[in-house]
Design a protein around this ligand. Structure first.
Ligand code: 4NP
Length: 153
């Protein structure tokens, strides 16, 4: 059975689709299953933001097939690790945790990656450089999470 990892942001169109694509690119699917979701349902069914698709493509990762879905309490049963992009996402996830054990599955992505209590900034209202910055932060965290928390690919 693969380790199951869920990446979560607000809209599930900018940051967490990148986190899903980056983490998936670093693992074998039979070892680590990766998915993503948003704490808000504004964009359910939509593909990732074109700016996220573009920065992923620049790095040879295709995320265009992904479709937005909303985080749900059942994800606490399904996933072993839940990584939130920012503190607001984390609070919204924690608010849905049925037990303390479930709550402990959810952590800040960058903190889990040993990068301090830092957030992946929301790039939605900015330009392309924000997406490049977000990509770089997520990539560093995913590499470190794989070597320190999950099995290396
Ligand atoms: P994300 O970015 O949480 O990284 O997917 C956002 C996407 C959409 C909105 C906000 C943030 N929005 O307000 O629609």
């Amino acid at each position: 059975m693969p380790v199951k990892v869920l990446m979560v942001c607000l809209g599930n169109i900018c940051r967490s689709p990148l986190a899903e694509g980056i983490m998936a690119s670093l693992v074998h699917p039979e070892e680590v299953f990766v998915d993503s979701a948003g704490t808000a349902g504004y964009h359910v069914g939509n593909p990732p933001d074109p700016r996220s698709i573009a920065v992923a493509r620049e790095n040879q990762i295709d995320i265009s097939h992904q479709r937005c879905r909303e985080f749900q309490a059942a994800d606490f049963e399904e996933f072993d690790y839940i990584f939130a992009m920012d503190l607001e996402n984390l609070a919204n996830i924690h608010a849905l945790a049925p037990t303390q054990a479930h709550r402990k599955k959810a952590r800040l992505l960058l903190e889990a990656g040993g990068m301090g209590t830092r957030e992946v900034p929301d790039p939605y209202y900015g330009g392309a450089s924000g997406f490049t910055h977000v990509y770089s932060l997520i990539e560093q965290a995913c590499s470190r999470i794989l070597s320190e928390i999950l099995r290396t690919p």
